[in-house]
Design a protein around this ligand. Structure first.
Ligand SMILES: NC(=O)c1ccc[n+]([C@@H]2O[C@H](COP(=O)([O-])OP(=O)(O)OC[C@H]3O[C@@H](n4cnc5c(N)ncnc54)[C@H](O)[C@@H]3O)[C@@H](O)[C@H]2O)c1
Ligand SMILES: O=C(O)C[C@H](O)C(=O)O
Length: 288
């Protein structure tokens, strides 16, 4: 039995609730949103699907959930340049959602942006083990990197670490062929704009993140073990603490275990240094 709570059932939260139920990987949904008409509509729409899944909107049940997705708060629109620009808009939302999570002992998947910042915020505020407070974004960024490589007829595993945002770092050293710095920079620029192209065309990203998140849920329920990149509070790994950041991690039923010994090349080290400094400065603004 796996119960999934979703805090914020807008575009991505709603899509995750639907995908996880349709794929049969959760047995109960606990849905919450401040906008009651949307919440009612999502429950109704799901109940009209040929799915046999109990759905509750009783917020007091969130803290009992096995897995909770935090997807509440504002998304970007074309005039919001970076995910970090959502900090001021979404911090009060995270603060408001804290009350539903007091005593939570499951695994929190943080989706709302700036995702790395809220991963750190919830892990520290809730004092849950860092293995059980996982920021989602690395799987999506890594996939986008693979697509960019494929479009250039370069095959290889696309690993992306760092911030889920402008300071993301595609790991060119892991694809097995040398890529000159100028081409790395061009690909990085393309990756920074990858989701904005979706936001401009359809208002927000949904299919990509939702299916990666269901995959993460499968790992957390023990259906499969895998190595992915995700955001975790760091305790000195890669030279950083005082922030959460995308790093390689082994995911299993126990949660996410940081893999701290991946070797990076000079270009990657330089970008990682900038990413860590940037996230540390954002996290210092939190009252944790
Ligand atoms: N990490 C990722 O890869 C990723 C992918 C997609 C979206 N996002 C982020 O997820 C967040 C949500 O995006 P979206 O497109 O679903 O936006 P959305 O506007 O469609 O949905 C957000 C929902 O949050 C609800 N909400 C606001 N305050 C709340 C509160 N205090 N309690 C409960 N619900 C509350 C709103 O009513 C709304 O329904 C954004 O910050 C977006 O940037 C991250
Ligand atoms: O880019 C965004 O604002 C949404 C999300 O973080 C994404 O990467 O799809």
């Amino acid at each position: 039995m796996t119960s999934l709570a979703v805090l914020g059932v807008g575009r991505i939260g709603g899509e995750c609730a639907f995908a996880a139920s349709a794929l049969g990987i959760v047995d109960e949904l606990i849905l919450a949103d401040v906008y009651e008409p949307l919440l009612r509509a999502q429950v109704l729409d799901l109940s009209h699907a040929p799915l046999d899944i109990p759905i509750t909107t009783d917020r007091s049940r969130i803290r009992e959930a096995d897995i909770c997705i935090f997807a509440a708060g504002s998304p970007r629109n074309p005039s919001v340049k970076t995910r970090a620009d959502l900090f001021d808009a979404n911090l009060p939302v995270a603060e408001a959602c804290m009350k539903h999570l007091n005593g939570f002992s499951g695994t929190l998947i943080v989706v709302s942006n700036p995702m790395d910042v809220f991963t750190y915020y919830f892990q520290k505020k809730l004092q849950i083990p860092r293995e059980r407070c996982i920021g989602f974004g690395g799987q999506l960024d890594s996939r986008r990197f693979e697509v960019a490589l494929r479009n250039r007829r370069m095959d290889g595993d696309g690993w992306v670490i760092g911030e889920h945002g402008e300071h993301q770092i595609p790991l060119f050293s892991k694809i097995g062929i040398p890529v000159p710095d100028a081409e790395r920079d061009a690909i990085l620029t393309e990756l920074r704009g990858a989701s904005m192209a979706v936001i401009q065309g359809k208002g927000g990203t949904a299919f990509g993140p939702a299916l990666h998140i269901t995959d993460l849920i499968r790992m957390l329920t023990g259906e499969k073990d895998a190595t992915i990149t995700c955001s975790l509070s760091l305790e000195g790994e890669y030279g950083f603490s005082g922030c959460a950041m995308g790093v390689p991690a082994r995911i299993s039923r126990g949660g996410a275990e940081v893999i701290g010994d991946w070797e990076l090349d000079q270009w990657e080290e330089k970008h990682l240094h900038e990413a860590g400094g940037f996230l540390q400065s954002l996290c210092r603004r939190l009252d944790v």
